[in-house]
Design a protein around this ligand. Sequence first.
Ligand SMILES: Nc1ncnc2c1ncn2[C@@H]1O[C@H](COP(=O)(O)OP(=O)(O)OP(=O)(O)O)[C@@H](O)[C@H]1O
Length: 719
Amino acid sequence: MISGTRNRDAGSAPDHGRPIAVPQLAIHKDFLTEFAALDKPVRERVAEVFTKFEQATHTGLHLEKITGARDDRFRTIRIDQFWRGVVLAPESGDTFLLLRVLPHDKAYEWAKTRRVSVNTATGRIELRDVAAMDSALPQLEKMAAKAPERLFAGVSDAVLRKLGVDEQTLGFARTLTEPFQVEAAQSLLPPVQWEVLYGLAAGMSPEQVWEELGAQITEEVDPEDLEAALRRSPERVLLVEGPAELMAVLASPFDLWRIYLHPAQRSAVEASYRGPARVSGGPGTGKTVVALHRAHRLARSGGPVLLTTFTSTLAEALEANLALLAESSGDAEAAGRVRVEHVDRLAHRVFREAHGRPNLLVQARERELWQRVVDRLGVDLSPAFLAEEWRQVVLARQVGSAAEYLQAKRTGRGRALAPTKKAQVWQAVWEFQKELSAQGLWTHETVCEEAARLLADRDDKPFAHVVVDEAQDLSAHQWRLLRAAVAEGPDDMFVVGDAHQRIYGPGITLGEVGVNVRGRSSKLSVNYRTTGEILGWSLGLMRGQAVSDLEGELDSLAGCRSEMRGAEPSVKGFATWDAELAYLRETVGAWIDAGVLPSEIGVSARSNRAVEQAVLALEEAGIPARALARGTAEGGGVAVGTMHRMKGLEFRCLAVVGAGSGQLPEPRGLTPEEEDPGAHSRDLLRERSLLFVACTRAREQLSVSWHQEPSPFIEALLS
Ligand SMILES: Nc1ncnc2c1ncn2[C@@H]1O[C@H](COP(=O)(O)OP(=O)(O)OP(=O)(O)O)[C@@H](O)[C@H]1O
């Protein structure tokens, strides 16, 4: 930025001909979402006006002062005959903040009632509707007069101020008497100040609230220094460096991640690590974005890089996004040094190169084989139990003999087995494995193990760096494959994931598979996808659950937050499935009527059958819909998919249907408690995580419904 002469207009006449410095444009991120919805000619005019805005050295700026504004730094700028931009002009410095583009009258109306301020605890900018806050006060005062006690009576003004609560919010807070009033005020108050009050009302100490803010800054905050505040507010504000960047931002307003990273994301992308590193974070905090940038950056400085994930659909999405990133950065050559491949595909490729195509054992045949072994040995063990024991203990821990099996840890396998039982299990496993090798049969797991062995024997590793997305779902043999695909050394492995979203696999610790990330872990906490309302509700689904992270520690989603605001999720039960489907048609129809494109809408259910029925129900109402199946993440119409298929996707509006007690947890997805209590509770957690994953795919609107009784996962949130 070129700083220089102060550039401030006065009076309602436009400024012309004054000597001014080159202004820098900052854009409020909410505007970008809004921008995408404007008609094309308006979008083009906006781009034209603000490109010139940046070059306004000689012409001066056509900024109109707003009479009667609550914040006298607000100005409007003419877009065309009907449309106006609302801009915040600083009292000092040259950074202008573009807040909205609205039709003329609405722009003035909006600008008159809003105020921008600097939060004294975080040093970041805040935007509020001053008039709405003021008009809520008289009623609150009236209610408070009758109440025996005020909600924050035990917290002094000084403490509230230290936590960044300013005069207007303080006045508001002092009228509150009940915690529900704080909840109701969410859309009124500046988000961070609301979080402070919400935390205190929920019984947190001021110290805990301070900790949760997680944004304390060491420098003194000058509430008048808007320029410094804008620089400290990367979650809310994008500082645009020149017209080319402005054009890039406006060309793909939903793809900001390509050019802008939050400092916490950037430092994970750019750091040099002495060995494997890990980034965790709640849903929508940009872990995939970080993985993409990291892979691209590593490829720029050499490569080859493997960018991998759990499923083929996710790998396709990574590949498409990597291409976008390469396009924005103008470095397609580096992207060419990144191989995007899901982990099973890598395993099969390595296997095939050495042995040709494997003869794969299909699931039904596997069951038959186990049954045959059980019958032959006459043991009292179920084929399902043996199959799990083989995968989760024998294969996962690379158990090669009866003696090793007797000693092997069986974490997560529930009931302990007596040594005589263990001997029977081992006998069955041994027979099963003998059968596999006699018939030349492979499973995905054994293919992966063999591929890992082949790579471990190679001195010339195929990759210099491995970057893993959705790491929480990978199993032990997949980790061993990845470990073997890259030599140990600086920046060898970079893994991102969220243990709360684990919906496959038993959950292993990285240490067990030779990936040591100790001391090289970081966490992202700002959600860029979802409104605070949707995120808050969804986090409630996981509250109180003990979830282990990839290092075996208790994972926490505390501090995961969104600064976007929107409608509360709609959460509703119905008597019958038909009534629920009718509600789905109505909800989706209303979203479309409000201007949301069918392709921006998602519907999710637990089972394939419910997905099919939801597709039919929408089609009957003339709403284009498609069932998400392998490789069909893109396309027109409302996307309807199982909760498993929702992973990695996102929608402006999302309806989760069939969230009833008979469907969620899916009874067939649970190991019976009496058979294995450990596996049972793990299955339950996985079912809960499925709902969590589904709900956190919504960007702006979330509807959750069921028929008959609600799922127990939701029930706790209804009281
Ligand atoms: N720095 C950023 N600026 C703008 N948008 C961002 C940024 N980082 C992430 N996003 C957006 O936030 C959304 C979520 O990002 P991403 O998918 O990387 O999150 P995630 O942590 O991998 O999510 P999940 O674990 O829920 O799948 C995406 O729409 C992405 O474009």
